[in-house]
Design a protein around this ligand. Structure first.
Ligand code: GDP
Length: 521
């Protein structure tokens, strides 16, 4: 099948490294938006969204993750936004299962920071290839060699500089493309880069002396020679295996190096890769339409209380109106209004290809982790539910609102905001989260969207494990441990424990039962 070209990627970075700015500029270069600044727009429309977005605004973090699509020179780029705050790592992990490659943004003055490193580890688990963008070279930064060595040492990754900054901060004169021997320089006051680009025969081209100061030229020649000699040549295969990262220098704010970054994604980043699945990985060339839901989001549109399931298409050609069967419910649904995301605009998707993300409006039939197919017995694997690290009992302020609370907890657990555990005995519903901030989001959304006032109280449990085993073993286990059993939103049995130690203890005494900290769907 002749598939159109796709690059589905995410940007990983530590807060403040410039992810938002770079996203805006990528969209601008890709012609998806006309005004940079729209990504973090504080427009009236945005304010009208539900209250929980206020948390996002107050804290200056991005809670929602979305998809932005842009095109350039015949290639469609799908950029998946990963929330930067560490409390939302669950969401972030899931988003990273839906990309084929990543761009790692590093602040030139700070190098590798904590969150960059964490996200990098997630990419490494799945051998996601990474292109590095060293941002903010228009400011005083660290020595370029020190930065490259830090990436190589801290991430145990080979590095190949693809471009080289001629000075940084006040001494910045431009960026030299080490492969194409092009020099990109600011023109005018460089507030907006209407840069000039000139080609040279090489670093010893005498014409370089006209473009750079004597000091700048000397420095470039010296450093670039060392850089080219000191680091290995760019090896596209090693990059695609996740063993080597090509490094580009630039400034998202001044639009330096952004075009080169898009070119690098177009030239080197992998098109849709086969996705891990049972009974076998699914190649993008597989004829039937398959995909998986990696995110469910409510309230994308304040006018409609809709929920959008984000599906990554893994194979086949999707057409609007076609029937797909989710693995969760097993009941086919006709997808009449699939949505594609062009920056802030949504458009109806008439067709979509492997690598594309489509939004499917639904009322709770689609869950995070669902596989969708045209009826084939395929299941995508590797979308984990994490063992919650914080458990709280939910107490109602108004006890007549039990029904509303149950509905809200079901909805929010479907979205992956929280996990919910309904005990087999008693009515102490327990919610589990991976980070504290999720609890604030929970309370705020309960109140704003479901008009339920609730309190969170300490729970007797400290951790939870999904359990599995043959029917007889489960039955025997349940008869003795019923006071510690709950069911999750999908009815799966969960063992609630007072401590990790208790898990080990019970596990040892029940070798027939499998205890698992993650629930793969
Ligand atoms: P995020 O938290 O990673 O999304 O970072 P932002 O894109 O919001 O950027 C954080 C701050 O760094 C903002 O004040 C940006 O204006 C600034 N910034 C981003 N890119 C650059 C750059 O290339 N040069 C300079 N000087 N500042 C930048």
């Amino acid at each position: 099948m002749n598939r159109p070209d796709r690059r589905t990627f995410a940007i990983i970075s530590h807060p403040d490294a410039g992810k938002t700015t770079l996203t805006e500029k990528l969209l601008l270069f890709g012609g998806a938006i006309h005004l940079a600044g729209e990504v973090k727009a504080r427009g009236a429309n945005r304010r009208a969204r539900s209250d929980w977005m206020k948390i996002e605004q107050q804290r200056g973090i991005s809670v929602t993750s979305s998809v932005m699509t842009f095109e350039r020179e015949g290639i469609t780029f799908n950029l998946l936004d990963t929330p930067g705050h560490e409390d939302f790592s669950e969401d972030t992990y899931r988003t990273l299962t839906a990309v084929d490659s990543a761009v790692m943004v590093i602040d030139a003055a700070k190098g590798i920071e904590a969150q960059t490193r964490k996200l990098f580890e997630v990419c490494r688990l799945r051998s996601v290839p990474i292109i590095t963008f060293v941002n903010k070279v228009d400011r005083e930064g660290r020595d370029a060699f020190a930065l490259l060595d830090e990436i190589a040492d801290m991430l145990a990754l080979d590095v190949t500089p693809m471009s080289w900054p001629v000075g940084m901060g006040g001494l910045f004169e431009g960026i030299y493309d080490l492969n194409a021997n092009r020099l990109m320089q600011p023109s005018g006051d460089s507030r907006a880069f209407e840069g000039k680009t000139a080609s040279f025969s090489g670093l010893d081209d005498p014409k370089l002396a006209d473009a750079l100061s004597a000091q700048g030229l000397e420095r470039l020649r010296e450093e670039a020679e060392l850089a080219v000699g000191g680091y290995g040549e760019f090896d596209p295969e090693a990059y695609r295996h996740g063993d080597l990262t090509p490094v580009y220098f630039g400034s998202a704010l001044k639009e330096f190096g952004v075009g080169e970054l898009i070119d690098a994604l177009a030239r080197f980043a992998p098109p849709p890769r086969p996705q891990p699945a049972e009974p076998a990985p699914v190649s993008p060339d597989h004829a039937g339409v398959t995909g998986f839901v990696f995110k469910v989001q409510a309230n994308m549109d304040p006018q409609h209380r809709d929920r959008i399931a984000f599906m990554r298409l893994c194979s086949g050609k999707f057409r609007r109106g076609m029937k797909l069967t989710p693995s969760g419910s097993g009941k086919p649904i006709a997808v009449h209004s699939p949505i594609m995301f062009f920056a802030q605009d949504r458009e109806l998707a008439e067709e979509a290809w492997p690598g594309d993300i489509i939004g499917i409006p639904n009322h709770g039939t689609l869950r995070v982790g669902d596989t969708l197919t045209e009826g084939e017995g395929i299941r995508f694997t590797g979308l984990p539910n994490f063992a919650p690290e914080i458990l709280r009992r939910v107490a109602l302020v108004d006890p007549t609102k039990t029904k509303q609370l149950r509905k809200a907890l079901d909805d929010l657990s479907e979205e992956g905001v929280i996990q919910v555990f309904y005990p087999e005995i008693g009515s102490n519903w327990v919610v589990g989260v991976v980070g504290q901030l999720q609890l604030e989001v929970l309370l705020s959304r309960l109140e704003a969207e479901y008009k339920v006032a609730a309190r969170l109280e300490p729970s007797p449990w400290d951790t939870a494990r999904w359990i599995a085993g043959d029917d007889a073993a489960i039955k025997a286990f349940a008869s003795i441990n019923s006071s510690q059993l709950s069911r999750d939103r999908d009815g799966a049995l969960v063992f609630m424990a007072k401590s990790a130690w208790e898990v080990g203890y019970v596990q040892e005494r029940n070798p027939d039962i499998r205890f698992s900290a993650t629930k793969e769907r």
